[in-house]
Ligand binder design. Structure first.
Ligand code: NDP
Length: 337
């Protein structure tokens, strides 16, 4: 059983040395257990947070422990009444080829599921995050302007497409011309702006002549700096992620803009609300599964994946994801389906 464990904690951007690849024998399942073979492993920005010491909204990965992660796996052997060899299941085996577990937290993928790896992306946690953050906190209305960054990523691409289905004018922000072209051509953004350009703030102002009603916050940093002067009265800001800061150490540089920002929140009656998707499964997963499943089947929501071959490539995959070198939902193919 090949597995990737946390070797050391990063300070700043993670490096290959922070990970270690180990081999262990595969064990047999005991009564009530199943043996899973990982087919797909999801790589996600939150994994950077789990590499830090100290609690956040979830406990950290300990040194020497297997890196955490959502997986689609094949049941290889089962001594559990609910699972048969050959079943495909969504679980949380982490960065390893095999896992023996007691079946809790496993969900069988329905036979008609379009692509198994979508269970980690557009029809899984990131798609659900887009759905809940946008609809329940962003509360989009027809004719409003929505802005989202990381617009070709797993969450951002779904946010843009759902907002468009709800009648919003969607403006994406992404890193580089190629990503911006894809945002417009594949995900239907009306405009997409490259955040590497020095004139981002001026471009955004021009692209949002009626201001911004919903800013779905994925990144923070200079994108947020460009956005907040344009937020309209009663704007909504679902705070989903702040990836520009995940590799940052300490409070960062620059003047303290907090008084100005909070002044704008007050005077313009802006609603800023953070959320963690794990809180919403019980109440909203069924709606998401039904509605998003239909949109994907109908072709109204498109998904783009970047497949990485082999578990050994997972560390570099995460390093690249945090540096914006991915294009679409990053999935590691650990073994053949
Ligand atoms: P993506 O597939 O979008 O990949 C991350 C992208 O972030 C990169 O491709 C890059 O896109 C962008 N990025 C990285 N650094 C910067 C930077 N300094 N400035 C601007 N953009 C940057 O990831 P996900 O769709 O999986 O996640 C998007 C966000 O949603 C993350 O912040 C994540 O933490 C958050 N999230 C939150 C959840 C919650 O429960 N609250 C659940 C799931 C995700 P580009 O090159 O286009 O800039």
């Amino acid at each position: 059983n090949r597995r990737v464990v946390l070797n050391s904690r990063p300070s700043g951007a993670p490096t290959r040395d922070n990970f270690r690849i180990e081999e262990q024998p595969v064990t047999e399942p005991a009564q009530g257990e199943v043996l899973l073979r990982t087919v797909y492993l999801s790589l996600d920005p939150y994994m950077r947070g789990r590499m830090n010491e100290g609690p956040s909204y979830a406990p950290p990965v300990e040194l020497g422990e297997v890196m955490v992660g959502g997986t689609v796996s094949r049941v290889e052997a089962s001594r559990h009444p609910d699972f048969q060899p050959g079943d495909l299941v969504l679980g949380y085996s982490g960065w390893q080829e095999y896992e023996v577990c007691d079946g809790s937290g496993l969900n069988k993928l329905p036979a008609q599921f379009p692509h198994p790896s979508y269970a980690l992306g557009v029809l899984g946690m990131p798609g659900f995050t887009a759905y809940v953050g946008l609809l329940d906190i962003g509360a989009p209305k027809g004719g409003e302007t929505l802005v989202v960054a990381a617009a070709t990523g797993a969450v951002g691409s779904a946010v843009g497409q759902i907002a468009k289905l709800k009648g919003c004018r969607t403006v994406g922000i992404a890193g580089g011309e190629e990503k911006c072209r894809i945002a417009v051509e594949e995900f239907g953004f009306e405009r997409c702006l490259d955040h590497h350009r020095a004139d981002l703030a001026a471009q955004l102002k021009e692209a949002c002549p009626k201001g911004i009603d919903i800013y779905y916050e994925n990144v923070g940093g200079k994108v947020f700096q460009a956005v907040w002067p344009l937020l309209n009265q009663h704007a909504r800001v679902p705070v989903c992620g702040l990836i520009a800061h995940y590799n940052q150490f300490g409070p960062g540089e620059g003047p303290d803009r907090l008084p100005l920002l909070m002044g704008a929140v007050l005077a313009r009656r802006i609603r800023v609300q953070g959320f963690i998707i794990s809180d919403h499964y019980e109440t909203r997963l069924a709606d998401f599964t039904r509605e998003m499943g239909q949109w994907v089947r109908d072709g109204q929501v498109q998904a783009r994946e970047q497949l990485i071959e082999g578990l050994d490539q997972a560390p570099q995959g995460l390093i690249d994801l945090l540096a914006g070198k991915n294009l679409g939902k990053v999935v590691v193919r650990v073994s053949p389906q």
